[in-house]
Design a protein around this ligand. Structure first.
Ligand SMILES: *Cc1c(COP(=O)(O)O)cnc(C)c1O
Length: 425
């Protein structure tokens, strides 16, 4: 199946007389005839469901669709993208371990790593994604357990060199984890470039309609935990908290990582996605391929419009030929990158505020990556307590506007920008 077909067909094939849409199994628990039947499930000796905190059939159908789209062997849904990022690392790293991460990852992920997970005793080294080979090499330590990066960084729009970081990770015997939220598997499949684990904030393009917060983790099944058994005892030695199971022995390389994350992390942290939300996510996935095409073609035209406008100081979009990531984006995402653009309005912070006030279609929201065109001016909203100097030090210029181009008619979006820009002059 091609990706467009998988969006519709993968994950659930109804049998004779069954519902065409995935059923929402809105049940916390599942009934068994005998205690032995249930015991086998608890011992992970039989497949089935017993409690929705660990697994739910609706969630599994949707996770299977995302696994198919990414070309992975196993997947699980989580309650949010943040939970997916946390689990993806915590599943293979604990106190005393170390992770190499790109410095330009999403701010929420950066905080999770740099503040909260550091408090758990996991150390992080953040590297400039354009660093030299020597700098990258120097970031690794004997206790490094993974490398983490983002296909297209939110909001910096840095296109990550997946192949380069995968090679470096593998040379050190650790997996590469990629946050593929902005590109989606429609535009990029990180596993094809050497990544081992992919995570998503499904809240963005996958849901696509501002309806449900969610996340997903997908395993490629390719990383050989056994070959680096000393680094990953959690996968390669018996789990005493789970009936002495050794995940790689019982579930193979294709299933060990996700089964461990389900059995241990979902059990203990409980960040499960509600089956109702999984249903909404599935609806979003059905049109993902069609929507991504429109997001990208709209964003391309909007970026080109902004670039020629004399009210605009600069435009950052990887689809523009003068963008520093243009060539790399063509390699990893030949069909397009995403719908998010950032640009600066001439006149700085005050002009940007005026521009924002005059928008009629572009809605002011902290969200990105969904059907509605939305805009954010960090200097007058999320970052308003900072001075111009403090903003610039954090890589956010006072005039920066983040524009998430939706799937409305592109002429309406451009006309809206045009009249709002005219108000600034
Ligand atoms: C939004 C986002 C997250 C966090 O996801 P939530 O669903 O909001 O928890 C992680 N990574 C990226 C790239 C994001 O855009």
């Amino acid at each position: 199946m091609r990706r467009e077909t998988m969006c519709i067909q993968a994950g659930y094939q109804p049998k004779n007389g069954e519902s065409r849409m995935i059923p929402i199994i809105q049940s916390t628990t599942f009934k068994y005839d005998t205690s032995e039947d249930m015991g086998k499930l608890f011992d992970l000796q039989a497949e089935g469901y017993f409690y929705t905190r660990l697994q739910n059939p609706t969630n599994d159908m949707v996770a299977a669709k995302i696994a198919a789209l990414e070309g992975g062997t196993a997947a699980m849904l989580t309650s949010s993208g943040q939970a997916a990022s946390f689990f993806s690392v915590f599943n293979i790293a604990g106190a005393g371990d170390h992770i190499v991460a790109s410095a330009t990852i999403y701010g929420g992920t950066f905080n999770l790593f740099n503040v909260t997970m550091k408090r758990m005793g996991i150390d992080f080294t953040f590297v400039d994604p354009e660093c030299s080979d020597e700098e990258l090499e120097a970031a690794f330590r004997p206790n490094t357990k993974a490398v983490f990066g983002e296909t297209i960084a939110n909001p910096a729009l840095v296109v990550f060199d997946i192949e380069r970081f995968a090679d470096a990770a593998h040379a050190h015997g650790v997996p590469l984890i990629i946050d593929n939220t902005f590109a989606t598997p429609i535009n990029c499949r990180p596993f094809e470039w050497g990544a081992d684990i992919v995570i998503h904030s499904t809240t963005k393009y996958m849901d696509g309609h501002d309806t449900a917060v969610g996340g997903c983790i997908v395993d490629s099944g390719k990383f050989d935990w056994r070959a680096h058994a000393d680094k990953y005892p959690g996968l390669t030695t018996p789990d005493e908290s789970y009936h002495g199971i050794t995940y790689v022995d019982q579930f193979g390389l294709e299933g060990a990582y996700i089964t461990k994350a389900t059995a241990q992390l979902m059990r203990d942290f409980g960040a499960i996605q509600a089956p109702q939300n999984a249903f909404y996510l599935n609806l979003g996935l059905e049109s993902l391929a069609v929507r991504m095409e429109r997001h990208c073609s709209n964003a391309q035209k909007v970026a080109e419009y902004l670039q020629q406008s004399d009210a605009v100081e600069w435009v950052n979009y990887p689809g523009l030929p003068d963008n520093p990531y243009y060539e790399r984006a063509k390699k990893y995402m030949p069909d397009g990158t995403c719908g998010v653009i950032s640009f600066g309005v001439k006149g700085g912070r005050a002009a940007a505020e005026t521009f924002m006030k005059h928008l009629k279609i572009g809605m002011i929201a902290t969200h990105v990556a969904d059907a509605h065109t939305c805009v954010l001016h960090p200097a007058s909203s999320t970052h308003r307590q900072l001075t111009d100097e403090e903003l610039s030090a954090g890589g956010v210029s006072p005039d920066l506007i983040r524009l998430s181009v939706g799937i409305e008619h592109v002429d309406d979006i451009i006309e809206d920008l045009e009249q709002a820009l005219a108000s600034v002059k």
